[in-house]
Design a protein around this ligand. Sequence first.
Ligand SMILES: Cc1ncc(COP(=O)(O)O)c(C=O)c1O
Length: 392
Amino acid sequence: MAFPERFSNLPDYAFPRLRKLLDTHAPGGEPVAMTIGEPRHPMPEFVGSVLAETLQGFAVYPPNDGTPELLAAIGGWLKRRYRVEVGPERLMVLNGTREGLFNAALALVPEQKRGKRPVVLMPNPFYQVYAMAALALGAEPVYVPALASNGFLPDYAGLPREILERTALAYLCSPANPQGSVASRDYWASLMDLAEAHDFRIFADECYSEIWRTAPPAGALEVADATGADPERVFVFHSLSKRSNLPGLRSGFVAGGAGGIERIRQLRAFAGAPLPLPVQRVSERAWSDEAHVEANRALYQEKFRIADAVFSGLQGYMGPEGGFFLWLPVPDGEEAALKLWTETGVRVLPGAYLAREVGGENPGKGYIRVAMVAPKDEMQRGLMRLRDCLYG
Ligand SMILES: Cc1ncc(COP(=O)(O)O)c(C=O)c1O
């Protein structure tokens, strides 16, 4: 039986790779999981009651594009958060951002760009679905290093002209997973200029936008609005997974130009899985409430302070600007993860598993990614064991 060639060279997903690396060894202490980015703070208290009130909604097919009430709640949030007016024709609800980042690319990336194979740009390291979208499209993924030397943001403008001319789409994650770097207004504005000059779209993965250290990160939508960028160039992706600790709800949205959103809706009308109506009702409530988001952020900010205290004085340590990962420099990420597991029971992800090797270099190799999702005390214990084992 034949399978598609285009997926034949996929690396193992990061977590099976990690299990292969660690699970033939016993943990050196009580296990502390700091690998997976699954939020573990409490979900908002209203989820149960809204679900109970709207249970009958499971008995009907849900509206594909989102209920008018949900789209209005999302529009209201965008207005409060970014001071941008976005009407329902510029919004589409998603089953979380992962599938949205994939499917929106299918809807919007052409088969050819200037008669040639299109390019999809992404930072390296990166959230893995970006590469899967490029492969599914038959586009060429171009992995652009996001290193300490460039503030952990990719230098797309520095790419060869031949690549930029073929570029149809550029992904950017801010705050970034894994490094926690945040794109400034200027960074976004320059990227939009580049997109205009070379005729490509930007997909801004902003699912960590509400978890920040000192100030709310600028959003691509507000920068586009302020600079008068063509709305059809900029699509932003948001999620309730991290903002509202609802990763199991599978709820997010994309906002962008009305033309592109129309294409996304059309594809989804045929092949998408709409959000069940009760999920849409819970989502509507979640986008309308900020109190639970503030409480959640305060917990993460406390964790940032704990991490800063544990690693103070460590050469190369940079606390994240946003998101909930530490990206810690080590001589070799796999060796560090294995040593940490076998000597202390703390489980972290080698940075190389989140990046691709390009020209013999894997930009994640000298890092481990540490998720600060566990309860505060457990996280602090984990970080102290990590510091003593790897940096002691
Ligand atoms: C950078 C990034 N983008 C997107 C996602 C997808 O999140 P969701 O599909 O739950 O919205 C994640 C989840 O871990 C992520 O880290």
